[in-house]
Design a protein. Structure first.
Length: 422
């Protein structure tokens, strides 16, 4: 190799090293900026969590002294908004918050309870409701105080904000002194107010005692649904679920049974071109239900996609459809087999209902900018699981949109609005 070639190699190598050094410096500077941005973002999420929990505590405290209904709804709405903000900010912290089950559950239930109280039509809170609010207010105040203490320790440097970045030098080092460890420690000691029943998503619901099926009874029930021998079924899971639920499979069919009977059935095959009509499919679905003891259900909805016909059946009480207690049945149009069945939403309870208001009075709650196409009596479930008598009005809005407006059967007030297709 000539001297000139060696000289060129040295020059190019030196230039490459200089270029890589400059690039490394630039990237390191950007990485430092990214880390700083992430730290600010994490700090902001924690600050928001502290502020939102403090706001929740203050709103719940205010609710104990409210006597005006309008102000009460406003305060409850504030509490609900603060609970949502706290839950969202908590989930944005730079570590897994899935283990903070008690803290997150409290925020969800406190917000949902405040929302339910803000939506109630009564003017005054009952003594029981005030007692529940006080318990939640005390818990929120303690939660807020602990967060403020952690905030002060983070600001003083005693606690370290966690980082999402996994670094080699951090492996094997305990998390003591980090915010995540402090929150997990508080989670372990946290005592939430006892569960109770209310008109909301996280309400406790009394369950009817039904007993449990033996494994032999469950297998026989599942085999009967698919017309097979019990020994031909395969155990899908090796454990027993709620209500003694057991799941089996037979070829491409998966089905689950419990003390409630056959709960669900589904096929995983592709359905060929249809050879039976929708009317025949409806008859097949009704016969399948009657064979399982459901001979007094009413068809409420029809659907399908050309290969499968779908039907929804509901119980009838007081001449009204209980639209939230339904059983769905789908029939394959190529061979007439039951393609899917779902009775998990069905209940055979017979609730007490209040039909004090007549339909004409309830119709007065409709706005002037809708046209009524039809109406019927229905029974719906509140978020807490309680049943409510309603009048359902199929309407057309001012811009031609379809919607359903529900009026309470007890006093005629609007209680639900459903936009079609939403």
């Amino acid at each position: 190799m000539s001297a000139k070639a060696k000289q060129l190699i040295i020059i190019y190598t030196a230039a490459a090293l200089v270029t890589l050094s400059v690039l490394s410096a630039v990237l390191y500077s950007k990485l430092a900026d990214y880390r700083l941005t992430a730290l600010y973002s994490s700090s902001g999420a924690f600050e928001t969590t502290v502020s939102a929990v403090d706001g929740l505590s203050r709103s719940l405290k205010k609710s104990l002294y409210v006597t005006d209904a309008t102000l009460g709804r406003s305060v409850c709405t504030q509490a609900y908004a603060n609970a949502l903000a706290a839950e969202a900010a908590l989930s944005a912290l730079p570590f897994s918050t899935q283990e903070l089950e008690q803290l997150s559950g409290f925020l969800n239930r406190a917000g949902d309870y405040a929302k339910s109280l803000g939506a109630q039509s009564g003017d005054d809170l009952s003594g029981e409701q005030k007692q529940q609010l006080k318990a939640m207010s005390d818990t929120a105040a303690e939660f807020s105080a602990r967060l403020r203490d952690m905030q002060g320790r983070v600001n003083s440097g005693e606690l370290i904000m966690d980082s999402r970045e996994e670094q080699l030098q951090n492996i094997g080092i305990e998390d003591t002194g980090k915010l995540s460890a402090e929150l997990l420690g508080y989670e372990a000691d946290f005592t939430a107010p006892e569960d109770f029943q209310y008109d909301g998503q996280y309400s406790t619901r009394p369950e009817k005692e039904r007993g449990k099926l033996s494994e032999k009874q469950a297998r026989a029930l599942a085999a009967e649904a698919v017309g097979m021998e019990p020994r031909e079924l395969k155990d899908e899971y090796g454990y027993e679920g709620e209500d003694g639920r057991r799941c089996y499979s037979a070829g491409n069919v998966l089905l689950c049974v419990s003390s409630r009977g056959l709960e669900s059935l589904s096929q995983s095959r592709l359905v060929g071109s249809g050879s039976i009509s929708a009317e025949q499919a409806e008859e097949i679905a009704q016969d399948f239900l009657k064979a399982r003891g459901y001979d007094s259900l009413s068809l409420s909805e029809r659907g399908g996609n050309g290969s499968v016909a779908s039907f929804r059946f509901v119980p009838v009480q007081d001449g009204a459809l209980r639209v939230d207690d339904y059983i769905s049945v789908s029939v394959a149009l190529d061979d007439g087999s039951i393609y899917s069945y779902d009775a998990t939403r069905y209940s055979d309870d017979v609730p007490k209902l209040d039909w004090s208001c007549d339909e004409e009075t309830a119709r007065g709650s409709l706005p002037d900018n809708v046209s009524v196409i039809g109406s019927r009596k229905v029974i719906v479930q509140r978020p807490g699981g309680e049943y409510m008598a309603c009048y359902e009005f199929d309407c057309t809005g001012s811009k031609g949109e379809s919607l359903r407006i529900y009026a309470d059967g007890s006093d005629g007030r609007q209680c639900r609005i459903q936009l079609e297709g939403v």
